[in-house]
Design a protein around this ligand. Structure first.
Ligand SMILES: C[S@@+](CC[C@H](N)C(=O)[O-])C[C@H]1O[C@@H](n2cnc3c(N)ncnc32)[C@H](O)[C@@H]1O
Length: 173
């Protein structure tokens, strides 16, 4: 019994660490999922990466709507990683890969589309130098709600009058 309790405590502690690292857990709003799908509009060959997938809501929605695309999720919290794995298992979808790791250590050069919902300081200070180094010229990066400050990128702000949250799109200049 003790071993299960210890494993549970370890999972909770590691999850707390991930929340405190680069972004707390607040998911993308359900009402913005279709909007995201239309804005990102994946092309058949594009490989999608969600950086910090939480419980996998966004990526699962993309995987269902773009069954021909490869959808990759990376998550640092073991708790959310396990929840995501279970959701994928029951979804029956085959175009998903979930990685349990620190996104800051993943090679970004293999991906075409990036989606993140992190705080503005972490997007600007941590993620943007990595994107600048590793992102392909043809790739696109999307940040939910928060702007990235980096003058090496062109920015498009998607903000319809009826919605609260902006979606920021970036391409290397
Ligand atoms: C604000 S939540 C967004 C969840 C999901 N992307 C969504 O939009 O619903 C941020 C997530 O990033 C994860 N995270 C934080 N730092 C991370 C890192 N270095 N590598 C991978 N995931 C990380 C957190 O555990 C959390 O689940």
């Amino acid at each position: 019994m003790n071993i299960y309790l210890n494993i549970f405590i370890l999972i909770v502690l590691l999850s707390l660490f991930s929340f405190l690292s680069l972004a707390p857990f607040v998911p993308t709003k359900n009402s913005d999922l279709i909007r995201l799908l239309k804005i990102i509009n994946l092309k058949k060959w594009e490989k999608f990466l969600e950086i910090g997938c939480g419980t996998g809501k966004v990526s699962l929605f993309f995987a269902k709507n773009f069954p021909q695309n490869e959808i990759v999720w990376i998550e640092l919290s073991p708790l959310f990683y396990i929840i995501s794995k279970i959701k994928v298992f029951f979804s029956g979808l085959k175009n998903i890969k979930i990685v349990y790791w620190n996104a800051m250590k993943l090679d970004f050069s293999k991906f075409d589309i990036f989606y993140v919902f992190w705080l503005p300081e972490t997007v600007t200070n941590k993620l943007s130098p990595k994107l600048e180094r590793e992102m392909k010229d043809t790739s696109r990066f999307y940040s939910y709600c928060f702007k990235m400050s980096n003058d090496k990128f062109d920015e498009v702000r998607h903000k319809e009058s009826s919605v609260l949250n902006s979606i920021y799109e970036y391409k290397i200049k």
